[in-house]
Design a protein around this ligand. Structure first.
Ligand SMILES: Nc1ncnc2c1ncn2[C@@H]1O[C@H](COP(=O)(O)OP(=O)(O)O)[C@@H](O)[C@H]1O
Ligand SMILES: [Mg+2]
Length: 387
């Protein structure tokens, strides 16, 4: 018998903290494997919430609602790394939660991430904890300009980042982050003039089995990931090196679940750790169509302590493009007809009711014989997509 916490003979419910697109795709994988899903989110009709009658829409800050969600769930995982660790502790006293509250505490803070990983020899940009305005001045003197100030917590899509080009900008950045109603503690890191940004997804179960996905290139615009190329068009030894770094990150923190590790490739072919996300990652959407086991399925398998599936690609190449909102209003696109005429392109729409500028509304994944071919196909599909 499998040393798993899941016995398919019993109805088994996977609880998801968060109801966005990552939860939706995790739920799709869970349903395929015969599981049930419970979703807790602040608000009704989230992309994953609409998929289940076990939808808890008052959110996890409401203790009664949280208790109902816990009662409905056998094992809990999450799609959102910003949940208060005290709430995760509360859940962990009642149910298995993966990644664990300890892992979450560690990775919620970008400073502790870098501290933990650089201590085991993983290269990172130069970084420092910032307590005072003078610390920023000192960082500029020690490491030069420009450098990047980042909020230690709650940063996403670049919202917690500021590039400081000269010392006269320090005041402004300090005011923006530290003098509001709720100060947001900072770290500083040197600005990396990267040639490419890379990402690797790693799944790991409680027995320590791992599945390491191919290294991909992520292309951001305005700090938001817009395109992913799989595999990254870089030399073989660099692909391997990125996978080694990602695996070492997850093993260092004893992580259980699925993790996305973001890295920079420099002009001298150095790979530097940027950040780790303790959940399925945008850069791993392509795994649904392009890998033997998607990151979502391996997330389900990992948190259930089941054997992990192969992370290798079943097509030579893939390209994922995020469908970002280009207007405000109704979230239903005007037409998908022309784009659906293109073969080897999978359309994913998350079913969000409202669209906003830059909001992630869906994505498409094109597969191909080469990365260039997949990119061209995905770009053609994107041109035909009408909001
Ligand atoms: N030290 C850095 N040097 C150069 N660019 C950076 C640096 N840190 C972040 N960036 C750019 O900003 C983007 C978002 O930063 P990141 O730290 O990943 O924050 P987020 O949590 O918002 O994703 C990165 O993908 C990269 O393009
Ligand atoms: Mg990032």
């Amino acid at each position: 018998m499998l040393p798993s916490i899941y016995t398919p003979a019993e109805p088994f419910t996977l609880g998801l903290l968060g109801g966005g697109q990552l939860a939706k795709m995790t739920a799709q994988a869970a349903y395929r494997m015969g599981l049930r899903v419970a979703v807790i989110e602040h608000g009704e009709n989230s992309p994953a919430g609409v998929m289940t009658k076990h939808e808890f829409s008052a959110g996890w800050r409401d203790v009664e609602e949280l208790d109902k969600f816990i009662a409905a769930s056998d094992v809990v995982t999450l799609e959102n790394e910003f949940i208060d660790p005290a709430i995760l502790d509360y859940i962990a006293e009642r149910r298995l939660v993966f990644p664990s509250p300890d892992t979450m505490r560690l990775v919620q803070d970008k400073f502790t991430q870098k501290q933990t990983f650089s201590a085991v020899g993983i290269p990172t940009p130069a970084f420092a904890e910032i307590h005072t305005k003078q610390d920023l001045v000192d960082f500029g003197i020690a490491h030069g300009y420009p450098f990047v100030a980042k909020t230690r917590r709650f940063g996403y899509d670049g919202y917690g980042n500021a590039t400081i080009k000269r010392d006269t900008e320090i005041d402004m950045v300090w005011r923006r982050f530290m003098e509001g109603e709720e100060p947001r503690p900072l770290l500083a890191e040197s600005f990396v003039t990267f040639t490419k940004e890379l990402a690797v997804i790693v799944a790991r179960n409680k027995r320590g089995e791992t599945a390491v996905y191919p290294c991909v290139q992520t292309i951001q615009q305005g700090h938001i990931c817009v395109t992913v190329l799989a595999p990254a068009p870089i030399e073989e030894h660099l692909l391997k090196r990125a996978q080694e770094i990602a695996l070492l990150c997850v093993e260092t923190i004893n992580g259980v679940g699925v993790f996305g590790i973001e890295m920079f490739l420099t002009s001298s072919n150095e790979i530097l750790f940027n950040e780790i996300a303790p959940r399925p990652h945008n850069s791993g959407h392509y795994t649904i169509e392009a890998c033997h086991t998607s990151q979502y399925e391996n997330c389900v398998r990992a948190v259930l302590n089941l054997p992990l599936g192969s992370a290798s690609m079943r097509v030579p190449a893939a390209c994922m493009i995020n469908l970002l909102g280009e207007r405000t209003g109704n979230g239903i696109p005007d037409s998908v007809i022309e784009m659906l005429k293109i073969d080897d392109v999978a359309l994913h729409l998350y079913g969000k009711k409202d669209v906003r500028l830059g909001r992630k509304m869906g994505h498409l994944t094109a597969t191909g014989v080469t990365v260039d071919e997949a990119f061209a196909r995905a770009s053609r599909a994107l041109e035909r997509f009408v909001w």
